[in-house]
Design a protein around this ligand. Sequence first.
Ligand SMILES: NC(=O)c1ccc[n+]([C@@H]2O[C@H](COP(=O)([O-])OP(=O)(O)OC[C@H]3O[C@@H](n4cnc5c(N)ncnc54)[C@H](O)[C@@H]3O)[C@@H](O)[C@H]2O)c1
Length: 277
Amino acid sequence: MKLQDKVAIVTGGASGIGEAIAIKFAAHGAFVIVGDVQDELGQKVCAAIGPRATFVHCDVADEAGVEALVNTAVARHGRLDIMMNNAGVGEPGGRDVRDLDIRAFDRVMSVNVAGVALGMKHAARHMVPRGSGVIINTASNVTGAAGIAPLAYTASKHAVVGLTRTAAVQLGRYGIRANAISPGAIPTPAFVRYFRKAVPGMDENGARAVASKATTLRYGEDLESALSVEDVANAAVFLASEDSRFVSGHELMLDGASTVTDKSFDAIGMMLATASS
Ligand SMILES: NC(=O)c1ccc[n+]([C@@H]2O[C@H](COP(=O)([O-])OP(=O)(O)OC[C@H]3O[C@@H](n4cnc5c(N)ncnc54)[C@H](O)[C@@H]3O)[C@@H](O)[C@H]2O)c1
């Protein structure tokens, strides 16, 4: 029970990583407010969690919506302790800069970057007078290796880290910490949708296998040993709790070293590692 009676907002909590975080936060004793654009799914997640969870329709790209989400948490529970800015989207295609679709680019930036900035803004306005609070932003391990995701998505997640570090410095004097979590590939609904669109003929199992291969700590292991949404939720609990009370301005990579592995490791390093083991 690391978050007993803490009040937490989780954006993008209707599905995937956010859903797992909302469930885990509540299991650790927190009151959870899920903000998402998928009303039916969000309500289902909250009903499954029970009376500690509330769903609020919120598009994080819309400032009035984010303000209302934060105000709902405060009106309902008297304060806000944890702001988990997790909602995010990717753009279809866009692997090559020559194909850049500026409207898709703007949409990704408005959700992934402005959405996080707005979440931090309205959360901080309530946290500063209380002199405490925790902000956690979902970035991605695309900040550690270029070329594994489309252009706007990659740029947006770099920006999330910049926002996080800046907020950590600006808000630290008020007792507020800000950190980012950067997971590697996990076959959430968004990931599977993206791969099925991007790679003709790819089915759901194929997409799951791609994610698994990218983030399995030891090569050759099965799907079950790959990174999961629960791993991200555990990291979020750590960053939200007093266990990390001096961690701020940090980007927590959660990708089994995939972004620090040199590509030549696949060919040479793996051969040597196998030969010497
Ligand atoms: N799955 C991965 O491999 C992976 C890896 C690294 C980072 N991430 C990041 O994790 C976060 C969650 O992604 P996921 O994989 O769980 O995807 P997901 O699609 O399963 O969940 C994302 C949720 O965000 C919601 N959302 C989208 N736009 C929104 C908006 N404008 N306002 C409010 N809610 C909105 C969606 O409705 C959905 O419920 C994203 O920020 C994503 O970029 C995912």
